[in-house]
Design a protein around this ligand. Structure first.
Ligand code: UDP
Ligand code: MG
Length: 318
C-alpha cells in the first residue's frame, strides 16, 4: 500500500509563455490522468504578452488549473517560491513552462516519492544540442558556487524537482527575500534522491533567461549561502602585509648598503595602484553583503500577486 495518496501539485513559472502553455497543459493532463487528485498551479511572472489571458481561459476550461499573476516580473526564483507558498498538494513538482523538463518524467519522480524520498531532484544529462554558451556558463556557475559556498550542488542541477509537503513547509519558514532555491534545498537535508534526465528543446519562444538574469542568479547563489568572499580580504591583507615586510627589508637593505635608493619610483607607483585596486575590490565585496543586509532588514514582501484564479472565482460567485 502507498503511504502517500494525497494531492499532487504541479508548479509552473511562466514569463511570456503564451505559445507554450496550452501544449504544456495538455501534455501534463495526459501524464497526470493516472493519479486520483492533482492540480496545476501556474505562476505568471509579470508577463507582458497574452499569458495572463491564456491562463484565465485555461483555468475556466479545466478546474485542475489555478494561476497566480505577479504585479511585475520578479524572476524565476520568486515565481517558484510563490508556487511553493500556494500549492496545496502533498507533493509539489516544479517544472519549466517551455517543455524542456519532459512531463513524461513526472511518474518517475512520483514513484521515488512513494518509495519514501522527500526530495527528488533532477540533473540534466550533458546535452550536445544545448548551445555551447549555455553549457559553459552553467558549468562555470556550478564550479564557482561549489568553491565559494559549502554547498554540494551538482553540475546541471535543475529546478525540476519533487518536494514532499514537509519540505515545502520547511521552505516556507525561510524568511529571507533573496532565496536561492537550489542552495536552500541542498542545505535543508531530508532524504534526497537524484534522477537523470535528457532535456528537450524549448518548444516555442526564446529563452527568458538573459545574461543579466544569469549573472544575478549566480551572484545571489554565491552571496546567499556563503560569507567566504569576505574572508578573501583578510587573506589578501595577510598576503600583502607579508609582501610589504619583505619589500621593506629589501628597501632598508638598499638604503644602508647601496646608493641606488632613488631608483624606486616605478615600484612605488605599481604598488600604490595595486593596493588601491585590491582595496576597491574588497570594499565592493563588503558593499554587496551590506546591500543584502539592507534589503533584508527592510523586510518587504518577496513578491506581489496582482491577480489569481481564486479571486476570480469569488468574483463570479458574487
Ligand atoms: N521564467 C520566469 N521568470 C523570468 C525568467 C524565466 O518565470 O524572469 C520562467 C520561464 O517562463 C520558464 C522557466 O522560468 O518557465 C525557465 O526559463 P527559460 O526556459 O527561459 O530558461 P532556460 O531554459 O533558457 O535556462
Ligand atoms: Mg528553458
Amino acid at each position: 500500500m502507498n503511504v502517500h495518496s494525497g494531492m499532487i501539485s504541479l508548479v509552473i513559472p511562466a514569463f511570456n509563455e503564451e505559445e507554450n502553455l496550452p501544449t504544456l497543459v495538455h501534455r501534463l493532463m495526459v501524464v497526470m490522468d493516472q493519479y486520483d487528485s492533482y492540480e496545476i498551479l501556474i505562476v505568471d511572472d509579470g508577463s507582458s504578452d497574452e499569458t495572463r489571458f491564456v491562463l484565465r481561459q485555461l483555468s475556466h476550461q479545466y478546474p485542475v488549473i489555478r494561476y497566480l499573476s505577479f504585479s511585475r516580473n520578479f524572476g524565476h526564483q520568486m515565481a517558484l517560491r510563490a508556487g511553493y507558498d500556494n500549492a496545496r498538494g502533498e507533493a509539489v513538482i516544479c517544472l519549466d513552462a517551455d517543455l524542456q523538463h519532459p512531463p513524461e518524467l513526472i511518474p518517475a519522480l512520483i514513484d521515488k516519492w512513494h518509495e519514501g524520498y522527500e526530495v527528488v531532484y533532477t540533473v540534466r544529462q550533458p546535452d550536445p544540442t544545448l548551445s555551447l554558451y549555455k553549457r559553459t556558463t552553467s558549468r562555470y556557475f556550478y564550479k564557482l558556487l561549489r568553491t565559494v559556498s559549502n554547498l554540494n550542488i551538482e553540475d546541471g542541477a535543475a529546478d525540476f524537482r519533487l518536494l514532499d509537503r514537509k519540505v515545502v513547509n520547511t521552505l516556507k519558514e525561510f524568511k529571507e527575500n533573496d532565496l536561492f532555491l537550489r542552495g536552500a534545498i541542498s542545505w535543508i537535508g531530508y532524504r534526497q534522491c537524484r534522477i537523470l534526465y535528457e532535456p528537450a528543446a524549448r518548444y516555442a519562444g526564446r529563452s527568458k533567461y538573459s545574461f543579466r538574469k544569469m549573472l544575478k542568479l549566480a551572484a545571489m547563489g554565491i552571496t546567499s549561502f556563503s560569507t567566504r568572499p569576505l574572508y578573501l580580504s583578510v587573506l589578501l591583507g595577510f598576503g600583502m602585509s607579508l609582501f610589504a615586510l619583505l619589500f621593506g627589508a629589501e628597501a632598508l637593505f638598499e638604503y644602508f648598503f647601496t646608493n641606488a635608493t632613488v631608483s624606486g619610483w616605478t615600484t612605488l607607483v605599481v604598488l600604490s595602484v595595486l593596493i588601491g585596486g585590491v582595496q576597491f575590490i574588497m570594499i565592493g565585496i563588503i558593499g554587496v553583503y551590506l546591500g543584502k543586509t539592507f534589503v533584508e532588514v527592510k523586510g518587504r514582501p518577496a513578491y506581489i500577486i496582482s491577480d489569481t484564479s481564486e479571486i476570480e472565482e469569488s468574483v463570479t460567485i458574487w
